[in-house]
Design a protein around this ligand. Structure first.
Ligand SMILES: C[S@@+](CC[C@H](N)C(=O)[O-])C[C@H]1O[C@@H](n2cnc3c(N)ncnc32)[C@H](O)[C@@H]1O
Length: 151
């Protein structure tokens, strides 16, 4: 536990992920998730207000950072959909194979040490043919990849 990791870094990460451009992209794509949703690297929960309660059964957010999960817990309390928060890394997730219908991954892949392992694990926990929506940042523009089947 350090002051930087527990107090400063969570605030910086949240600020960096809240620009108008990024919020517009979140509003456009997060409501497309449906059923049981896994959110990799849920962070402070900036997507949690944007899920469509008519489409989503539950969002399960996983993240290794307890300070960010603590922030996400506040947003989970007012989310329009039920939310479960799990502390852990995407490379090894404590979920059964084929448990989820959709995956949302925003600005997280660049933070994961072993992306290959995380994507293999994501493939395992998603049902066949289900949706994965992922965005990453690159240069000044937002790069977006959406849709396609997980398997
Ligand atoms: C830039 S933040 C994005 C947070 C959130 N997805 C968003 O859009 O606001 C990157 C997130 O990835 C998380 N992260 C880092 N390593 C991870 C791992 N191995 N598995 C899952 N999440 C990880 C960080 O804790 C952080 O919450």
């Amino acid at each position: 536990m350090t002051f930087w990791n527990d107090r400063v870094l969570p605030v910086l990460i949240e600020k960096a992920c809240r620009s108008h451009e990024i919020l517009d992209e979140r509003r456009r794509y997060v409501p497309r998730a449906s059923g049981e949703v896994i959110e990799l690297g849920v962070g402070s929960g900036l997507n949690l207000a944007l899920y469509d309660p008519a489409r989503v059964t539950r969002v399960t957010g996983i993240d290794p950072s307890q300070p960010l999960l603590d922030r996400a817990a506040h947003r989970a309390a007012t989310s329009p959909v039920p939310v479960s928060l799990v502390k852990g890394g995407a490379e090894r997730m404590p979920f059964d194979a084929g448990r989820f219908d959709s995956a949302v991954v925003t600005f997280t892949l660049c933070s994961i040490d072993d992306v290959t392992a995380a994507l293999a694990e994501l493939r395992r926990v998603l049902r066949v043919g289900r949706r994965c929506t992922s965005w990453s940042t690159g240069s000044r523009r937002l790069r977006r990849r959406s849709g396609g089947s997980a398997r």
